[in-house]
Design a protein around this ligand. Structure first.
Ligand code: RP5
Length: 169
């Protein structure tokens, strides 16, 4: 199947966290491709990746980076596809640097910025699927099922917490 979501990260050191995005896309059967491109170290590859994506059939790009995280912004500057940014915790500022760099885009070039780190990586996969679900009923069904299972799992765990920690009769 042709990839519909392109998952980019700024360094191989981002792969462990971005495995969470891939896990979600696999769970929802969304075809994806992965690459490592850097706004700073391989700027030509990053630009080319963004410029070729739409004609390659990509519908959403996820771009994750840490530190002075310009990857999502550079990608968004070179395509009008939706770009989801994931700021990563890669240094002493614990990802706040990357969050601000990814989030504070000037008007005209949007980046949908997720939370720092793993929760953001998970949500990037879900948001990409959600965008695709606008025109894909099968993905919508799988997203609804994901929510139902999450709700059921939490209700089950809540019942166990009540049983373990709740007041005695
Ligand atoms: C960013 O710098 C990458 O996205 C990574 O999060 C961070 C550190 O990269 P490495 O020095 O580990 O390659 O560009």
């Amino acid at each position: 199947m042709k990839p519909r979501v392109l998952v980019l990260m700024g360094s191989p050191s981002d792969a462990d966290v971005m495995a969470e995005t891939v896990r979600i896309l696999r769970e929802l059967s969304v075809p994806y491709a992965v690459d490592v491109v850097s706004a700073h170290r391989t700027p030509d590859q990053a630009t080319e990746c963004a410029r070729l994506a739409r004609d390659a059939g990509i519908q959403v790009i996820i771009a994750a980076a840490g530190l002075a995280a310009h990857l999502a912004g550079v990608i968004a500057a070179n395509t009008t596809l939706p770009v989801i940014g994931v700021p990563l915790d890669a240094g002493p500022l614990r990802g706040v640097d990357a969050a601000l760099a990814t989030l504070q885009m000037p008007g005209g070039i949007p980046v949908a910025t997720m939370a720092i780190g793993k929760p953001g990586a998970v949500n990037a996969g879900l948001l990409a699927a959600s965008i695709l679900s606008l025109a894909d009923a099968d993905i919508k069904v799988r997203l609804d099922r994901y929510r139902d299972e999450m709700r059921a799992s939490l209700l089950d765990k809540a019942a166990k917490v009540r049983a373990t920690l709740g007041p005695t009769e």
